[in-house]
Design a protein around this ligand. Structure first.
Ligand code: Q9C
Ligand code: ZN
Length: 636
């Protein structure tokens, strides 16, 4: 599998600038590019990327999307004087020409295509292109909204033509609607276009009826255009995550793209004068991380807007850091989407229900370490791992006698805890980010691990346990949130605020489980904001390797990617998949969709209602309340 992250930047794209006074256009400055690049250098991210040079896009490439009239008009700007440039610019809604604009726009196209080539050829796994002018407002026959050529749209056509791709996903997280991209692919089912945008019931630029949620595509392209309009300013991290959990990700996984392109505008970030939104730079790490789970990791991020230089450059850094595989930073603050966001999400889900099975039902909304036990078989793991020396018996005794005193007598169990605790300590001490422990008794190991983590000082530990669990760990006054995925009904222990039992019988690995992960487990987990995530696999697991890998991949956005895996299984395939997921190699393929049975949907509903009742009080340590709507935590 390809590895590495490409970074494309060419200083020449800073020469395109506004030569006269124009309050509409004066925010699109060359410093947007140079400041972002400087910040990347400052975090030593540039040197970690594969440098790929930009090139000029050819006329032929531009004509994949644009009319020759538009190309000729742009070309004619090269030899104009300032007065003529100003007059030409006046023909468009919010665009300015500079004598070098045409050259920069061709570099922006070429840089984007270079990125597609680097990813599609396997030279790198993913990458980012820092380009100006941006592209997503540009249409077949016109410049618009600071955009001359539609870089991302050209890239999609190019990828279809050159690599024979049949399914490309474009995610447009810029705060403006990329109406240019929508128009270009409206009738094209091979390109799925998703855009969220400030809309305010059509008050906000470009103030188009067709930016609303009911523009779902035309003809054969019906269902392949997804608009999520924000009708209020101030949308934040939780609103963006909810949009991913409940709209984009279910559809994107069902679509199963071969390549993902991001129209990556950061004017949707906090501080931006255009967007007036509240999402912090960290959220872009999470969005990037989720998209990295698609298309075998083939992800091209192309700069669009973003006008607050500090917010822009920090967000660019978060994106590139995540592309490089660094731990995903913790999201702080409010974890509940606001009512206006919920309303928009419900509207777009309803509009797209006819086209996407995963939206069909009122579904839930609701450096890797291994032990020396692996010395012999470590070479079987797909990725390099550190081997951790086990704790010796006395060390463990001292540790465990503090709490599970009766365990000290059982020598066999005790010994098995040694390797487990050695790895856990490396995670707690932040020497490694995540780790895998093999255990002959997962439930016991997990109980000890959880207690140990809480004693160590962790305030919120999320534990997802898959399979039978003989000991149900104490939830330590809310310092532990248990999500137990098991086959049998847990008799005796009813779901409570901090113990949620998901009874998943038979083929739990089917796509209904996927819906439950996105619609229930992720929102609950994100609202809890754990400092450590423990995922354990016990005996009689009702989840297959794919389901378990999915959990590991998606939960990595939490607790700064601090994940401890405990696996009661010597199955090398499972270990391999978990190790892969932990180092960020992408997930196994999900295959053909099997819709959830209504019975399963109902079961999830009951669970959700139960969870909501239990959640009337607050999570300890945070102040969210749980309400109705999508069954997720909603901001008051
Ligand atoms: N009254 C990008 O972010 N605003 N373009 C026009 C007219 C134009 C934004 C306001 C904003 C364009 C790539
Ligand atoms: Zn924008």
């Amino acid at each position: 599998m390809a590895s590495g992250t490409a970074l494309i930047y060419d200083e020449e794209m800073t020469t395109h600038k506004l030569l006269w006074s124009d309050p509409v256009c004066d925010i699109e400055v060359p410093e947007r590019l140079s400041t972002s690049y400087e910040q990347l250098k400052c975090y030593h991210l540039v040197e970690r990327c594969v440098h790929v040079p930009a090139r000029e896009g050819s006329e032929e490439e531009i004509l994949l999307v644009h009319s020759s009239e538009h190309l000729e008009a742009a070309k004619s700007s090269q030899t104009m004087n300032e007065e003529e440039l100003k007059r030409l610019s006046g023909n468009y809604d919010a665009f300015f020409f500079h004598p070098n604009t045409y050259r920069c726009a061709r570099l922006a196209v070429g840089a984007t295509l270079q990125l597609v080539d680097a990813v599609m050829s396997g030279k790198v796994c993913n990458g980012m292109a820092l380009v100006r002018p941006p592209g997503h407002h540009s249409q077949r026959n016109t410049a618009n909204g600071f955009c001359l050529f539609n870089n991302v749209a050209i890239a999609a056509e190019y990828a279809k033509l050159k690599y024979g791709l049949q399914r490309i996903l474009i995610v447009d997280w810029d705060v403006h609607h990329g109406q240019g991209t929508q128009y270009i692919f409206e009738e094209d089912p091979s390109v799925l276009y998703f855009s969220w945008h400030r809309y305010e019931h059509q008050e906000f630029w470009p103030s188009l009826k067709e930016s609303d949620y009911d523009a779902v595509g035309l003809g054969k392209g019906k269902g392949f255009n997804i608009n999520l309009p924000w009708n209020k300013v101030g949308m934040g991290n939780s609103d963006y995550l909810a949009a991913f959990f409940h709209v984009l990700l279910p559809v994107a996984f069902e679509f199963d793209p071969e390549l993902v392109l991001v129209s990556s505008g950061y004017d949707s970030g906090i501080g931006d004068p255009e967007g007036q939104m509240n999402a912090t730079p960290e959220v872009f790490a999470h969005l990037t991380h989720f998209l990295m789970q698609l298309a075998n990791g083939k992800l091209c991020v192309i700069l669009e807007g973003g006008y607050h230089l500090k917010s822009l450059s920090e967000s660019v850094c978060m994106t590139v850091k995540t592309l490089l595989g660094d731990p995903v930073p913790q999201i702080t603050g409010e974890m509940a989407p606001c009512l206006s966001a919920i309303e928009s999400i419900q509207n777009v889900r309803a509009a797209h229900k006819p086209y996407w099975k995963w939206l069909m039902y009122e579904v839930p909304p609701i450096k890797t370490a291994a032990t020396t036990a692996w010395k012999g078989s470590a070479h079987l793991l797909p990725v390099p791992v550190h081997l951790v020396k086990e704790m010796d018996e006395t060390e463990i005794k001292v540790l465990v006698s503090g709490f599970y005193a009766d365990l000290v007598k059982e020598d066999k169990t005790l010994l098995s805890l040694g390797s487990m605790l050695a790895i856990l300590d490396k995670i707690l001490q932040k020497e490694v980010c995540n780790g895998i422990a093999e255990s002959p008794a997962a439930a016991v190991s997990v109980a000890v691990a959880l207690r140990h983590s809480v004693r160590f000082g962790f305030q919120r530990v999320l534990c997802v346990f898959v399979g039978d669990m003989q000991i149900i760990p104490n939830t330590e006054d809310g310092k532990i949130l248990m999500i137990h995925i098991c086959e049998k009904e847990q008799s005796g222990k009813a779901s409570s605020k901090h113990y949620i039992s998901l009874n998943w019988k038979e083929d739990a690995e089917g796509n209904d489980f996927f819906s439950a992960v996105l619609g229930f487990i992720l929102p609950v987990a994100y609202s809890y904001q754990p400092n450590l995530t423990v995922i354990a696999v016990g005996p009689n697991r009702s989840l297959g390797i794919r389901g378990i890998s999915l959990l590991f991949a998606l939960l990595q956005g939490l607790s700064e990617s601090r994940i401890f895996a405990v696996i009661e299984d010597t199955e090398i395939n499972l270990m391999q998949s978990v190790a892969k997921a932990l180092v960020g190699a992408s997930m196994p393929h999900f295959g053909v969709y099997i819709p959830p049975t209504q019975e399963k949907v109902n079961r999830t509903k009951i669970l959700r209602d139960q969870f909501q009742r239990n959640g009337q009080e607050q999570w300890s340590g945070s102040n969210e309340n749980v309400l109705t709507g999508l069954g997720i935590v909603i901001r008051a």
